[in-house]
Design a protein around this ligand. Sequence first.
Ligand code: PSU
Ligand code: MN
Length: 307
Amino acid sequence: MTTPAHNFPITYSKEVADAKVQGLPIVALESTIITHGMPYPGNLQMARSVEAIIRAEGAVPATIAVIAGKLHVGLEDAELEALSQTTGAMKVSRADIAFAIAERRTGATTVAATMIAAARAGIRVFATGGIGGVHRGAELSFDISADLEELARTSVIVVCAGAKAILDIPKTLEVLETRGVPVVTYGSHEFPAFWSRSSGLKSPLMLNSPEAIAHFQKTREALVLGGGMLIANPVPEEDEIPRNEMEIYIKRALANAEDADIKGKEVTPFLLSDIYRLTDGRSLKTNIALVENNARLAAGIAVAMAS
Ligand code: PSU
Ligand code: MN
């Protein structure tokens, strides 16, 4: 039996269900950042403040996750709280989102899986921290995040703070270009590097307002280009950790990952938590600040898309 993708049963939060009926702007949020990207209780604090920011900007937040085999778009606060303390959640991407649902598991969605769910729910804008990309040494490990492939195929605007410098940023930009994904930096000609405003790399494209981003995406839709676009929003200056300082921690974390023989989906969570440890939690503060900053911009884009 085949079920058309757009008929797939989705469990909406009350707030998102109402927003859909009223045609209000909605911003999707991922959950891997909650279960695998940050420790408790900072993760819960981040998840709640990001939702509050989206509401304050006139849009509705829809945090996405698989809970006991149900695809949730929008979580009630008690569900958000429970997820933030779950230790056994799967990290689900395109390859395993259907597995988590079929096997009635609980799974947190990565950027790729969140894009899939958002598209099925008719949500066109999504805010996160950083996307997955081409890992350093990918020419040997072949470790390239499924997030890049998803950006090429699913039509959702993803707002991030650039690519983490734990990745090979030049190769990440090359793959995005090859796959036809527009990379737009908000208000700067330089592509940002997550914790740092600077990567030393020129941004392929630049726009200065949510309205211009919405207009660009609508033009892409009119041309039936398909696929998503990546908006890179530099972390606010007062919250950034400068690039040369970050590079020291990143090198150490990468060496620790190698020593511990970390592979596959464990790589990104391992590096993030090792960097939190190495920076004495400072990277977590920066991470929370940049996700909040991205939520604000994504809400502005969602409002502009809806008008
Ligand atoms: N950014 C963060 N924390 C995270 C991630 C991104 O600050 O935990 C997650 C996102 O869910 C992203 C995933 O989709 O890491 C990429 O994992 P991988 O490199 O295994 O594809
Ligand atoms: Mn990977």
